[in-house]
Design a protein around this ligand. Sequence first.
Ligand SMILES: [Cu+2]
Length: 325
Amino acid sequence: MNTGLKITAFAAAVAATFGTAYGVGTGVGPVTSEKKPASEHGGHGGDEETAPEKGAAESQGDAVPGGLQISERGYTLDLKTARIGADKREKLRFAVVKDGKDGKDGSGKKVTAYEKEHGKELHLIVASRDLTTYRHLHPTRAADGTWSTPVELPEAGGYRVFADFKPAGAKEGLTLGADLAVAGKYAPKELPEHDATASVDGYEVSLRGDLKAGKSADLTLDVEKNGKPVTDLQPYLGSYGHLVALRSGDLAYLHVHPNGEPGDGRTRPGPGVSFAATAPSGGAYRLFLDFKHEGVVRTAAFTVHVGGGSGGGDSAESGDSGHSH
Ligand SMILES: [Cu+2]
């Protein structure tokens, strides 16, 4: 079989997250760099007009998915807590450092100004390498730029920590990733098999739609409780659901964007929550949906297999296809 893993052009939502705004050729004259002179007229308002929307990124190849690098575009994730123990409540501390020498110790300076996305300055995702444990946390930031949050991870093993944020003044948000080791007896698990329905705390969540390589696909997650569609989901982080997809094997991070939001006159509070997502390549992915109902946020997780390299014509329904000649 074709094992050439093509990283293809990303579409729409992914580009917005991964920041490939340059060279789009929108015909608005020279693209200015991020370091605008402070004296430039117009203040903040001027930055918004050329933000690429859906479709703008179709032609841009070779974009690297988020979360694979600890340092990117001049920002570094400094994970101060790189080792913790399993099954205990521990404190995770980190900072986002901007490259340079203007920090107190002669290294870079901690970032203290962020733009909120989905209602928060920074989203912290912690996932085990085998994709069986997932946490979506909202740390608190000290005035000096150090972030901290309690975390409790049930199993030992290798984990990845993702910081998803947008520095104030930056054109695009970014996602940095760093390794976290959890000490204890380690028994790596298989990636859970594909199942279009996930159960969590008495809820059944069903996934409709196929994630595709290199092009945007609509995914809808239908939430039921006791066999009845849930029609009173509560807004969580500005939408009725928050979906993150991680690629099995390297934990490339896809921050997926909801189609519509509460209060826009057309988005209903369930049972279906819809997203637009693009897989950077074929392969296996684990999808994590956070949704809020009756005051509690729960996470439903799914394994999906994306066929092919680019284009992704075939939608593999289970993990055991794709090996025949
Ligand atoms: Cu978040």
